[in-house]
Design a protein around this ligand. Structure first.
Ligand code: ATP
Ligand code: MG
Length: 652
């Protein structure tokens, strides 16, 4: 794995360089980290809308439960000092507690009270944790839904940029992690604060000198934390970036498995995968070491602190005992074994919340980065926001008069004009055919008519209204589209055809399938309409997939039909059969048909020849045959046999 070692070394150098220049580490450039911490916090609190009362109650309960949990620590002191050593109870204790003076009774009372308090505290804490967990899950679902809804409404070119793997990763990793902030930023720190304050108060009450001693631990903790956490964060980000590479590579390989196999590249892909993984593992091990070293320091800190305390406390006890015996110190004011043991207990109670705070800091940083990414996505404008006063169109109110007026277009992010000054008109119910060489812009023109994009110049009108003034979802309900690359979902045949219209019944689905000449092959399948067709319809032939797509478009009962090479994979016989069905259907629908096979479109009302993004000729089949050499040549090429070329063989 030489390549992964080299990559890992590059990664280390990059890390060092980043640290020196104060950048945020690998993977940071992919996200716009523009929001300040306070802004992120505000956004996060905004996400908790509607759950604030529950969270408030849960936090209040948590405070109560945590304080209760501290009380049993005090009981050790009572047992050791007042029961075993026989010291009198502190005079400061209120009379109404009415503790028994008998030592055995006192012991029993202390034991029972300890158990009862522990049980109550546990019950309260569990309730609070349960409420918080419930809110966390609900917030998670609502954030994921928001991200999903928003991503589904982004402009197409942004969706392509994000890639299906990218969206999945934002939904799973980033959006999923945000809700955990409730624990790492509210619940855990709150509990730590309560425990910390409670312990400090008790400690101050027991012995302020020891308290001062323990306070020296704080700066050590904070210093170790801030240096380490800052170094660990970029490491985690690096691991995340590598994991993304590994995942997307695997997804892509399996998506294109046929290509991989047909060129026998399994071993190359596997080697690639292993080497990517190897790099990631090296990064993970590095991060592991940094994390462990923090924990090692921590693990040492507690025994060292306890030892120091034991030593110092032991000395104090010896001194005080001597002074009590000498009569220079009252026994209530002496430092006792009970004090020491209780102090040790509280010391641990003091250190553990500090540890929690330090630990959750890494997690919080990671989750905040996720929140930042999600906010970035949510801030992106969605596809074609409705203009004020946009018209909602209805199927029955539409005649289907489509005009393309001087349209020019370039795909977002590219400067190349794919369409230049294209004009054409389709009267209601007319069939317009688009022909032309590959890459001429036929599909692009249909994309504009379907309003997947808006023209850069010019306009497309429906019944005299600019498409941009029509509410886009209501417009798309008028459309039936069969795309050049047939896309089917994994599911049954009936599900896929039924996708064209909400709540379509079995009989309507069958009627559409008959029109698309698909009924016969469907009923020949063992499960008929309930056959599962696999991801993207892999279990069907190309022609069968096309017929399902046609049936799906027909079921939508569209006013405007777009067929982009819809029958290119069919044999002439099947195509004829479909044509007959389509013809009757197209009678009162405006349709745009793209076909390389000119026999498909010979009967069109108008044929538009596109070349290099320009509409160069228009007319019926007969008119074009008579006037256009370009069109005549296209027809001739399709009817004449291909001449054999002497240089046709490919030499390696
Ligand atoms: N999403 C896209 N982003 C950028 N450029 C694109 C995009 N889709 C297509 N193009 C470019 O637009 C041009 C026209 O493509 P289009 O798909 O419209 O051709 P076509 O006439 O349908 O060709 P074919 O007959 O091969 O389907 C091509 O040069 C292509 O490179
Ligand atoms: Mg095309």
């Amino acid at each position: 794995m030489r390549s992964s070692r080299r990559r890992y070394r590059q990664y280390l150098e990059q890390l060092k360089a980043d640290r020196r220049s104060g950048r945020r580490g690998p993977g940071a450039k992919s996200t716009r980290r523009s929001r300040s911490l306070s802004r992120l916090l505000r956004e996060f609190l905004g996400l908790l809308q509607g759950h604030k009362l529950t969270i408030g109650l849960a936090l209040a309960a948590l405070a109560l439960g945590t304080v209760l949990k501290l009380i049993p620590l005090y009981s050790t002191k009572i047992v050791l000092d007042n029961v075993l050593a026989g010291h009198p109870l502190p005079p400061a204790w209120p009379v109404w507690l009415a503790l028994p003076t008998d030592r055995r009774m006192l012991l029993t009372v202390v034991a029972v009270v300890t158990v009862v308090i522990a049980a109550i505290s546990l019950a309260i804490n569990t309730w609070s944790r349960w409420q918080t967990t419930r809110v966390t899950k609900r917030v998670q679902v609502s954030i994921r839904r928001r991200v999903f809804d928003h991503a589904a409404r982004l402009p197409l070119h942004r969706v392509y940029e994000l890639k299906s793997g990218g969206v999945a990763s934002i939904l799973r990793e980033d959006a999923g992690g945000i809700a955990d902030l409730i624990f790492s930023m509210l619940y855990n720190p709150w509990r730590a604060m309560i425990q910390l304050t409670g312990s400090l108060i008790v400690l101050a009450w027991v012995d302020w000198r020891l308290l001062l001693c323990s306070l020296t631990l704080f700066p050590i903790v904070l210093a170790s934390h801030s240096t380490w956490v800052n170094r660990i964060r970029p490491l985690f980000r690096g691991v995340r970036a590598s994991r993304q590479t590994v995942d997307s590579h695997a997804t892509e390989t399996f998506g294109g498995m046929r290509v991989v196999r047909s060129f026998s590249r399994q071993r190359t892909e596997s080697a690639n995968f292993v080497s990517n993984n190897d790099t990631m593992v090296r990064q993970e091990v590095l991060a592991w070491w940094w994390m462990r070293s923090v924990e090692l320091v921590w693990a040492m800190l507690i025994p060292v602190a306890s030892a120091v305390l034991l030593w110092y406390g032991g000395m104090r006890i010896l001194d005080d005992t001597a002074r009590v015996e000498a009569g220079t110190l009252a026994i209530e004011n002496a430092f006792t074994v009970g004090d020491l043991v209780m102090f040790l207990g509280f010391l641990v109670a003091l250190l553990s919340p500090l540890e929690t705070l330090a630990e959750s800091a890494t997690g919080v940083q990671n989750q905040l980065a996720g929140l930042d990414r999600v906010l970035d996505l949510l801030a992106e404008p969605t596809e074609m926001p409705a203009r004020p006063g946009a018209i909602v169109v209805r199927r029955d109110g539409v005649r289907g008069h489509v005009v393309v007026r001087n349209v020019s277009f370039a795909y977002p992010g590219s400067k190349v004009r794919v369409l230049t000054d294209v004009s054409l008109e389709a009267a209601p119910g007319e069939m317009i055919a688009l022909v032309g060489p590959s890459g001429a812009g036929k599909t692009t023109l249909c994309n504009l008519i379907a309003r997947f994009y808006d023209p850069v110049e010019g306009a497309i009108e429906l019944d005299g209204v600019d498409l941009r003034d029509i509410e886009v979802t209501s417009y798309r309900r008028l459309l039936g589209i069969v795309e050049q690359d047939t896309f089917l979902f994994d599911g049954t045949i009936a599900d896929n055809i039924g996708y064209g219209r909400r709540g379509a019944g079995a009989d309507t689905i069958e009627r559409a399938a008959r029109l698309a000449n698909a009924h016969e092959f469907i009923t020949a399948l063992p499960d008929g309409y309930r056959t599962l067709i696999g991801e993207r319809g892999v279990k069907l032939s190309g022609g069968q997939r096309q017929r399902l797509a046609i049936a799906r478009a027909l079921l939508a009962d569209p006013r405007i039909l777009i067929l982009d090479e819809a029958t290119s994979n069919l044999d002439t016989e099947s195509e004829r059969l479909i044509q007959a069905g389509l013809q009757t259907l197209m009678a009162d629908r405006t349709s745009f048909v793209i076909a390389h096979r000119l026999s498909t479109i010979a009967h069109a009302d108008r044929i538009v020849v596109l070349e290099h993004g320009r509409a160069v000729e228009q007319g019926t089949h007969e008119q074009l045959l008579a006037t256009s050499t370009r069109y005549r040549r296209m027809v001739e090429l399709q009817t004449q046999p291909i001449p054999t070329s002497p240089a046709a063989s490919y030499e390696r």
